[in-house]
Design a protein around this ligand. Sequence first.
Ligand code: MG
Length: 168
Amino acid sequence: MQKLYLDCDGVILDTINMSYKMIKEKGITKREEIDHFYQNLSWQQLIIEAGEINNSITKIKKLMEVFDVEILTHINSDGEILAKLNYFNKVLPGIKVITVPKEIKKADAVDPEGNILVDDYLPNLEYWEERGGIPIKFSDSGKECKYQSITNLLELLELNLKNKSRIK
Ligand SMILES: [Mg+2]
């Protein structure tokens, strides 16, 4: 089965938009204040408030029939690890969740070679491709991108998922 790594924040859960909204409401602008905000954030609460993006959990269950799905997510704190593990353990029992400290690149935490990463953050995809992986951009706006882009996880079932570096 083709290995498929899914980003969590901004792909499965709407945590990015929700946390930006919270930051805006608090009037925080400085880099250190934002770091502090993320380190002290209740992720348990954020996950509940943010919710799924477009019924992502049901869609992942469908994808799991075709792909070997794992969740590959960056984390800022121990609380964030626990909240994410508890959440996915509940909604997708048995799914592997790989939590990667922010300082480490996703493509250095697992082997990208020939494997798919769906992520909303372009630098993650660029390095993934550099390391021989297949990058897929997730975007809720459907904005143009140099990589194959999807706005709905089920589009993965229709894409031509080839590893460019292998074709060359
Ligand atoms: Mg993300």
